[in-house]
Design a binder for this molecule. Structure first.
Ligand code: COA
Length: 178
């Protein structure tokens, strides 16, 4: 079985077999960094300033994944990582699915796991921010029952220059358990 090393998705493995969800481990770091880097750039490359895109290179993303690791759950199939969701307190901080696994339900499974984790920590509501022009993600969150709470601006750090102000939307979901 040849391995598409960049995304770690083994070719020939049917995308229909349900993914296994598990906590991320340090052994996943390199693969998660590639997955997060590629999915983040897929979603943002047409909407963010070049300096910010350039600042979110593999080295930066590896540090990002290391920081998020304790709150990260991965979706795995046949030993390959198909997606990740990273939770921080009541926030879904990152949800990233590898391109071949989009539209397969992996995202739904990961987001449901994040909602459960946030509820289990005693929070009544979960929140996230999404770049305003990221239609696919916004449609996905709406379909999963997340409510658009409107536009906000967030500042993204760009080394060597002023922070980039990004137009995002805040989404919230009542977990109805807290
Ligand atoms: C966002 C993401 C997690 C959604 O998961 P997914 O498996 O792609 O979800 P779906 O296939 O259900 O697609 C969501 C919606 O986008 C629509 N869609 C599919 N392809 C699309 C495309 N190329 N452009 C825009 N919308 C698209 C789908 O029809 C669906 O809409 P609907 O439910 O109204 O029919 C996944 O696409 C992803 O990881 N993208 C890259 C990183 C990213 O954007 N992460 C989220 C950051 S906040």
């Amino acid at each position: 079985m040849s391995l598409d090393t960049r995304a770690g998705v083994p070719q020939g493995v049917p995308v229909t077999a349900g993914p296994v969800l598990r906590p991320a481990t340090p052994a996943d770091l390199a693969h998660l960094a590639v997955l997060l880097h590629d999915a983040w750039h897929d979603a943002h490359r047409d909407h963010l300033p070049p300096a910010l895109l350039a600042a979110r290179g593999p080295a930066y993303v590896e540090g990002w994944v290391r920081e998020l690791l304790p709150g990260t759950v991965v979706a795995e199939r046949a030993g390959a990582l198909l997606g990740l969701v990273a939770v921080r307190d009541d926030e879904v901080h990152q949800l990233m699915v590898a391109a071949p696994a989009r539209g397969t339900g992996v995202a739904d499974t990961l987001l449901a796991a994040a909602e459960d984790r946030i509820a289990a920590a005693g929070h009544a509501t979960a929140w996230l921010t999404v770049l305003a022009p990221n239609d696919r993600a916004r449609r996905f969150y709406a379909r999963r029952g997340w409510l658009d709470r409107g536009p906000e601006q967030v500042a993204a750090v760009v080394p060597g220059s002023a922070p980039a102000l990004l137009a995002v939307h805040r989404y919230e979901k009542s977990l109805g358990r807290g």
